[in-house]
Design a protein around this ligand. Structure first.
Ligand code: BGC
Length: 735
């Protein structure tokens, strides 16, 4: 309506917003004009008030001027339940049950940027409906070790893949006038010692491996917020880190949004003032007495800052820069012209989550075509394993959700099988009971003795009678598994699952193993199992998605966003990298050789390679051709390859292009992912894909020159269906 009036008035030559109406309230005025107008109306106290929290997840606006509060929510897989004002505990609302979307590892495994856009748009709509203007996500810390308890919230081990996938997620979220807050900047690659560990990493690895996804989020995704991480770098906490926040993020990348602290990640007023932090959250301390409730006025960026300003020991220019950024956030979100009301828990969001889940599930192995399950001649299905029934949308730390519903794998299978087959369930193993997360006065649960042998024997006996056994295991969201706050302590499956899998296989070789996890696990039984699937944490529609893949309604097309090593020592962070450090310091000795880059360098065969994933159909790669064999740094080369679906059903293939630098002044990885396309082909259909490569795919970071270098010489483009299955190579020269 306001727009129509404005338009009408402007046709008549009159401004709807007369002299008396402040510019900052005019939604059609440029954001920067609104910011300047608002800031000059604010008192010093009002300015200091808006740069720190007033409750667990909100910060004040300027009530006198009608500028609204900021409300944040985790992130990154759904909109978290409302909590009490000053507590982590749930507030007990009855209208805050959300859609849980698949974990970000699952999204990354789709290798489909259009699904990242759908994800962002959908979760942004949920945030908007719940009046949240900042979504605390996505997370793009690089998967350095399979033990990191938070890998499931991130997008895998490769900076290029994470960069391509994070940008549309952000654009989708922000199309709802909700800011994406990209986290955790930076080098938060483990949970162990996360509050204080000081990371030492080469400038080169920082630029080539750990920063690119953040840079893409800022420069291409135009993220309006970023979250500093808990750990330290160059001996400074990353929430107030001169080099990361001021030099790189704000100066080099021109970030104009807000830097938000991780909850409780601020430790020093002067550093917070000077080193690039804009908003402080979660400190829960007055700087003297840890744990005093409602101490928001005592936050490092609250009264202590105000006092320094009043005594002129702090410069108001620092305050004004922070205030401008916070105002910009508000005008981009809660006071933006395009604001809508969002939508919540809708069938469309469930369908979006299901689509993402179905495309992210990875078929790791399928010998003798055990899968898909042929419902016509399968009468007795035995489902074994706690992960077939355990809710996976709760637990795991800050990404824990209160969901409208969650379809478990067992329910999904039962729904799909209907009356056509008998579906029997046995636990086979159990995990110890855990205390409920986010519930006030939650009691420590009574632990019962788990008789693993009896559970195992019962399942193995039943397996003998079944036409097929579907084992659901992996990790879960309990502490020490895929869970914030700590890391796993080994690559092995917990709760005696390996012994159970061996017994099931002995009883019935037609046993498929379905892993639910956000991390790689060891598989000592791999040669005896005909079929293995990685099914991730897939949210609300998890069970329907896995059933669709198991029964062949959906042809799997996910590819691994990280390597599965055979042993922990095959991973660079463990072989060379000093993980987890001595409690104070950790040196990333694996340097740029993270993930497949390490295995390539050491010539180690992975259990399953980065980029691996099978289909129920087959694809044939034809001969690759290039339009040139020499380029200058200003030119591009087009590389084409025909890909044909040679099977009998439609399917999708992710065609991956890696660049190999044949000779360079600095050591380089054997190959690095620089392009990919997901292609959908009908049975018998062929399409030719073209990749355009320019110098950005060829450069490396020289830490002495502090610059990206495109070094002339010979390169090869390797095209394949995984990092370990290269089909074609094309030579070309940069001169
Ligand atoms: C986590 C963040 C999260 C915040 C608020 C912190 O412990 O590291 O990722 O957004 O809590 O819940």
């Amino acid at each position: 309506m306001k727009k129509i009036i404005t338009l009408l008035f402007s046709v008549l030559g009159i401004s709807a917003f007369s002299q008396q109406t402040p510019i900052y309230l005019n939604p059609d005025a440029p954001v920067e004009d609104r910011v300047e107008d608002a800031i000059q109306r604010m008192t010093l106290e009002e300015k200091v008030a808006i740069i720190h929290a007033q409750s667990k997840f909100s910060s004040p606006g300027v009530p006198r001027l009608g500028i609204p509060e900021n409300w944040m929510s985790d992130g990154p897989h759904g909109i978290r339940a409302e909590v009490l004002w000053d507590e982590w505990y749930g507030a007990g609302w009855t209208n805050d049950s959300c859609t849980a979307f698949p974990a970000l590892t699952a999204l990354a495994a789709t290798w489909n940027p259009s699904l990242a856009r759908l994800y962002g748009k959908s979760i942004g709509e949920e945030a908007r409906y719940r009046n949240k203007n900042v979504l605390l996500g996505p997370g793009v810390n690089i998967y350095r070790t399979p033990l990191n308890g938070r890998n499931f919230e991130y997008m895998g081990e490769d900076p290029f893949l994470a960069s391509v996938m994070v940008v549309p997620y952000i654009i989708g979220v922000q199309s709802n006038s909700v800011a994406a807050c990209v986290k955790h900047f930076a080098l938060n690659n483990q949970e162990k010692y996360r509050d204080h560990i000081n990371v030492t990493v080469s400038e080169r690895a920082l630029h080539e491996i750990y920063l690119p996804a953040f840079k893409a989020a800022v420069q291409q995704g135009k993220a309006w917020a970023i979250m500093g991480s808990y750990n330290r770098y160059k001996e400074q906490h990353c929430c107030h880190n001169q080099y990361l926040l001021n030099d790189i993020l704000k100066k080099e990348w021109n970030f104009d949004g807000v830097v938000i602290s991780d909850w409780g990640g601020v430790h020093d007023t002067k550093e917070a003032i000077n080193n690039g932090l804009d908003m402080e959250f979660g400190t829960w301390t007055d700087g003297l007495d840890f744990g005093r409730s409602n101490s928001y006025d005592s936050y490092f960026l609250a009264r202590p800052f105000l006092n320094l300003l009043k005594s002129r020991e702090a410069d108001e220019k620092h305050l004004n820069d922070k205030v401008r950024r916070v105002l910009r956030l508000i005008f981009r979100t809660n006071m933006s012209p395009g604001i809508n009301y969002g939508s919540f828990g809708s069938p469309e969001h469930a369908a979006a989550g299901r689509k993402i889940a179905e495309e992210g599930i990875v078929l790791l192995k399928n010998a003798d075509n055990l899968l898909p399950v042929n419902i016509g001649n399968t009468k007795k299905i035995l489902v074994v394993g706690e992960n077939a029934v355990k809710p996976m949308t709760t637990g795991g730390g800050s990404s824990s959700l209160k969901v409208k519903y969650e379809i478990s794998p067992l329910e999904g299978i039962r729904l799909r099988a209907g009356r056509k087959a008998e579906v029997k369930y046995l636990a086979g193993y159990e995990s110890p009971a855990t205390k409920e997360q986010d519930v006030k006065n939650a009691k420590e649960p009574q632990q019962k003795e788990i008789n693993y042998e009896a559970l195992r024997n019962e399942a193995a006996t039943a397996a003998k009678e079944a036409d097929i056994v579907l084992f659901f295991g992996g990790l879960n969201k309990n502490s020490g598994q895929d869970c914030e706050g700590d890391d796993r302590n080994s690559l092995e499956l917990p709760y005696q699952q390996d012994a159970l899998i061996e017994d099931l296989l002995k009883a019935n070789p037609r046993t498929a193993v379905i892993i639910i996890s956000g991390n790689a696990v060891a598989m000592p039984w791999i040669n005896r199992t005909p079929a293995i699937i990685e099914a991730w944490y897939n949210g609300t529609e998890a069970g329907n998605a896995i059933a669709a893949v198991l029964f062949g309604d959906v042809n799997p097309s996910g590819k691994l966003p990280f390597t599965f090593p055979v042993r922990l020592q095959d991973n660079g962070a463990h072989a060379a990298g000093e993980y987890p450090g001595d409690g104070e310091n950790e040196i990333y000795k694996d340097d740029i050789f993270v993930g497949y880059r390490w295995l390539d360098k050491e010539n180690i065969r992975p259990l399953f390679a980065f980029g691996h994933g099978l289909s129920y159909t087959t694809f044939n790669y034809g001969k690759a051709t290039a339009d040139k064999n020499k380029i200058t740094a200003n030119e591009r080369i087009n590389i084409s390859i025909p890909v044909k679906n040679t099977g009998t059903r439609e399917g999708a293939e992710v065609v991956q292009l890696y660049i190999s630098d044949k000779k360079s002044s600095l050591p380089r990885p054997v190959k690095e992912l620089k392009a990919f396309q997901k292609i959908f082909l009908k049975a018998g259909e062929q399409q030719t894909l073209t990749f355009t490569i320019d110098k950005n795919a060829l450069i490396y970071y020289d830490d002495i020159k502090k610059a990206w270098i495109a070094e002339p010489g010979e390169f090869e483009a390797w095209i394949g269906s995984s990092s370990a299955d290269i089909k074609e190579k094309i030579k070309f020269e940069l001169y």
